[in-house]
Write a protein that binds this ligand. Structure first.
Ligand code: UT7
Length: 328
């Protein structure tokens, strides 16, 4: 039991077909390709069609991950979905996915930790596997943020994108898998990134719609200032828990919030550019989707070798932040 590790057996992703470029955004709000590129590193992002919801992408990502893992949906005993843009408030998107992929033996639920959702998910899955409560877990992280993005607000609409990633975690008696996780939160900064209406505090009303309260509101600059330090400390903490140091990291696969945040963290930890995986230029900030999407790209591009040490980190609404170390 002691030696059980949550190993990633398969990965998958699914993104909308529609591309929204910086040039497209120049026609919608007062912005420029130059500003977006230099301030965020983003060139384009994917945007869902009006009739597409999170589960449409989650199902495809899950099936791709199952195929790679070579396991049947009936073998899954837990479906976890990290998101702030579920298909609807309830039932959970986890249950919708569980049914549609035929994971007939699985319990399912959604949870949210903003952009840190996938790291929280790795931590939750790790506990279920180490305790023996689950053997095979489907962990999905994804968002359709365009549905809650205010395309009149240039401070947010240039950043976010849609997309979903998934991993299959399996209980294995090996040295490979999740070596450590570290998760944190500080609700004193809850108003840094929020969608004020639609819950029990401000239920949907004509007023809430007219005041545009069903959209993301973000204090970007304040968030930025806190992010770098917290990500750095979480990375150091999870590496220490895994008895590793920064030099052991082969791939740093961070939440793609802003390329300047990624570079600042890498600089503090002394990682060269070839250690960083960056796809924000093509997909934007997909919140809980960003790490599993990036991971699937790395895996399918054949970049990983056995025993490579991967370090994931994220920061987001809550505020929440965290990090995880995986031996591939
Ligand atoms: O993913 C979850 C967690 N979220 C984050 O980690 C987000 C972290 N924050 C950020 O990535 C950055 O703060 C942003 C990209 C959101 C903004 O970049 P910034 O360098 O912090 O810009 P700022 O808010 O300090 O604004 C600088 C200027 C302002 O103009 P003035 O007051 O200097 O005249 C803004 O009005 O840039 C202006 N501005 C824009 N200009 C052109 C803000 N948004 C835009 C825009 N196009 N889209």
């Amino acid at each position: 039991m002691e030696k059980l590790k949550a190993r990633i057996l398969g990965t998958g992703r699914s993104l909308p077909e529609k591309v929204l470029t910086n040039a497209d955004l120049e026609k919608i709000v007062d912005t420029s390709d130059e500003w977006i590129t230099t301030r965020t590193g983003i060139k384009e992002r994917r945007i869902a069609r009006e009739d597409e919801a999170l589960s449409d992408f989650a199902i495809v990502a899950a099936k791709n991950a199952l195929d790679m893992a070579g396991i049947k949906p009936e073998e899954i005993d837990l479906v976890l979905v990290a998101t702030v843009t579920a298909d609807m408030s309830f039932p959970s998107t986890g249950c919708i996915v569980q049914h549609k992929i035929g994971a007939t033996n699985a319990a399912a639920f959604d949870f949210q930790a903003g952009c840190t959702g996938f790291i929280y998910g790795l931590s939750i899955a790790n506990q279920f596997i180490k305790s023996g409560a689950a053997k095979k877990i489907l962990l999905i992280g994804g968002e359709v943020l365009s549905k809650i993005t205010d395309f009149q607000d240039r401070t947010t609409c240039v950043i976010f994108g849609d997309g979903c990633g998934a991993v299959i975690l399996s209980a294995e008696n090996e040295e490979k898998g999740i070596l450590s996780t570290s998760i944190h939160s500080d609700g004193s900064m809850a108003d840094f990134i929020e969608m004020p209406a639609g819950g029990s505090r401000i239920p949907a009303s004509i007023n809430s719609v007219q005041q545009r309260l069903h959209f993301i509101k973000m204090k970007g600059n304040e968030t930025f200032k806190v992010a770098v330090k917290r990500i750095e400390s979480a990375c150091r903490e999870s590496l220490e828990k895994a008895n590793l140091s920064a030099e052991n990291v082969r791939w740093f696969i961070p939440h793609q919030a802003n390329v300047r945040i990624i570079n600042a963290v890498a600089e503090r930890l002394g990682w060269p550019q070839e250690t960083l995986y960056i796809n924000i230029d093509r997909v934007g900030n997909t919140s809980a989707g960003s790490i599993p999407i990036a991971l699937d790209e790395v895996v399918r591009d054949g970049k990983l070798k056995e025993d490579d040490i991967l370090l994931f980190s994220a920061f987001g609404s809550g505020l929440t932040w965290g990090s995880a170390v995986v031996r591939w």
